[in-house]
Write a protein that binds this ligand. Structure first.
Ligand SMILES: Cc1cc2nc3c(=O)[nH]c(=O)nc-3n(C[C@H](O)[C@H](O)[C@H](O)COP(=O)(O)OP(=O)(O)OC[C@H]3O[C@@H](n4cnc5c(N)ncnc54)[C@H](O)[C@@H]3O)c2cc1C
Length: 469
């Protein structure tokens, strides 16, 4: 067995798929993970026998390879779930994905009329520019529907106006959808190539996605791979176009340790990877890295003494009067997520920056704030609250500012000089991806190393993606 030291930074989907592929080929590796469990954003948190995702995580993919992997690893523990999700807006619920009949039934007739006029105006008198999220959506739905169904939620996700976000995000998230398609579907029931965001079913492990990653870890450990949890890679040394060592820090002891590297796979955020290189990258590269930003994520997870609250897996909260953006209802994902079927668990989701007041609130205040918002929009009352906890995560969403592609290219070109390193995964490639794509990039990076062909992880087939925030 080769003796080289293969290191993987991060045990999220990309890192775990990479470790699994290498371990299967008898090339054990060392996985260094900042957190104390595998799965990255796809972990499932156990809170007094109630299970919570870090934001509900559907298993959806167009890739047969990934679907097979989920099935092989999970067997009978993989459920097929019929998707139910709606938008809450101004005290009304709208089906999402939008359906023509339901949307116009819920809007008053005059508003519905204005929406159609606004759509026709955008269709026939549009300036044909589609660079920003706003331009892209308006050209497909009209300004009025954009303002009702897309503007507030999109701005909650990104924290900036829709004119400042690249249309790339909308293309990925709602590609194939338009008012015309929704009308066709409703009136003629004839839309043959159902767009990808209209996916009506998904897979979900009985006890949440974290179980899948635990099983990948057990497999890889069984083949000799070593997992080092609770350690953060803070610096990466290189010389003559090769990575030579990683330095990681044990937060609890403040210790810094060095591990020599023969080959490095990284799923840490792309700008942080570049900033951690020693000797330091040139100024123009560091400047580009500084311009690549991420949005953070908070889940206020609560247990309520009510058997039923709503029947959806999740609700999008578009109402501008609250910061709350999405509400997960985990027993509707899988009944195994709750210990007692007479209780309901909800994940109240917020998107924010680390400078925001909500990020800086202590947990008790934050729980009070979130439950008050939930009460304000009439979903439930605080008197049902039994227990709660907060999950905060940075680097949740790579922000597609209008110049993000230029900056990613600068980093990518710079990193291409290192012959023994590959970057992979969602934040590792600065790409707004789902977990299936992250898994594929991990598998492909491993295959490149193993010499099983050449796969460009930067352009893993975009057609294979389903995306939604
Ligand atoms: C709220 C939310 C909801 C989502 N919903 C879905 C969904 O329904 N379906 C779906 O398929 N996808 C969903 N996604 C996307 C999915 O979570 C990602 O595509 C996936 O987690 C990316 O995997 P990754 O391995 O690239 O990164 P991550 O999951 O971010 O894992 C990276 C890992 O690297 C570790 N790490 C980072 N830096 C260091 C360091 N310096 N040293 C050591 N360790 C480090 C991190 O701790 C982390 O464990 C969602 C994402 C979010 C934020």
């Amino acid at each position: 067995m080769p003796k080289e030291k293969i290191i993987i930074i991060g045990s999220g989907p990309a890192g775990m798929a990479c470790a699994f592929t290498l371990s299967k080929s008898a090339r054990p590796c060392v996985i260094i993970e900042r957190d104390d469990a595998p799965g990255g954003f796809c972990q499932t948190v156990d809170f007094y026998n109630y299970l919570f995702d870090i934001g509900g995580h559907r298993f959806i993919s167009k890739s047969e390879e990934i679907k097979r992997l989920w099935q092989d690893v999970m067997g009978d523990d993989l459920l097929k779930v019929k998707r139910v999700s709606r938008i809450y807006y101004r005290k009304r619920y709208f089906n999402y994905p939008l359906s023509f009949g339901n949307t116009f039934y819920n809007l008053n007739p005059l508003e519905g009329f204005y929406c159609v006029i606004s759509y026709l105006k955008s269709k026939y008198f549009n300036n044909n520019k589609e660079n920003t999220v706003e331009e892209w959506i308006v050209s497909r739905f009209g300004k009025r529907l954009f303002q009702i169904f897309f503007k507030t939620y999109t701005e909650k996700v990104w924290g900036v106006a829709c004119q400042n976000i690249s249309a790339d995000w909308a293309k990925q998230r709602i590609r194939g959808l338009s008012l015309r398609v929704a009308m066709q579907k409703a009136i003629f029931r004839m839309a043959k190539n159902t767009p990808k965001t209209l996916s009506e079913e998904f897979y979900y492990p009985k006890r949440g996605p974290g179980e899948f990653y635990r099983r990948l870890k057990d497999f890889s450990s069984g083949k000799g791979s070593q997992f080092i949890f609770g350690k953060e890679v803070v610096s990466i040394a290189h010389a003559s176009g090769k990575i030579t060592a990683v330095f990681w820090e044990d937060k609890s002891h403040g210790q810094r340790l060095e591990m020599p590297v023969d080959y490095l796979f990284s799923s840490m955020p792309l700008p942080l990877l570049v900033k951690s290189l020693q000797p330091a990258a040139p100024d123009y590269v560091l400047q580009a890295a500084g311009k690549l930003k991420f949005r953070s994520f908070i889940a206020v997870n609560i247990i309520l003494d009510r058997a039923e609250i709503f029947s959806d897996q999740w609700l999008y909260i578009h109402s501008p009067e609250v910061k709350l953006a999405r509400v997960q209802n985990y027993k509707n994902w899988s009944p195994h997520m709750v210990e007692d079927p007479n209780k309901t668990t909800l994940g109240l989701e917020y998107f924010c920056d680390e400078e925001d007041r909500i990020w800086k609130m202590n947990d008790v205040d934050l729980i009070g704030y979130a439950v008050e918002e939930l009460e304000r929009i009439g979903i439930t009352s605080r008197r049902h609250l039994i227990n709660a906890f907060v999950v905060r995560r940075t680097y949740a969403y790579p922000i597609y500012y209008l110049d993000y592609q230029e900056n990613v290219k600068i980093l990518r070109d710079y990193l291409s000089q290192f012959s023994n390193m590959q970057t992979m995964g969602r934040s590792g490639l600065f790409c707004y991806d789902n977990s299936d794509h992250a898994l594929l990039t991990g598998i492909y990076a491993a295959r490149n190393f193993l010499g099983d062909g050449y796969f460009d992880v930067w352009s893993v087939n975009t057609d294979e993606r389903y995306l939604e925030s």
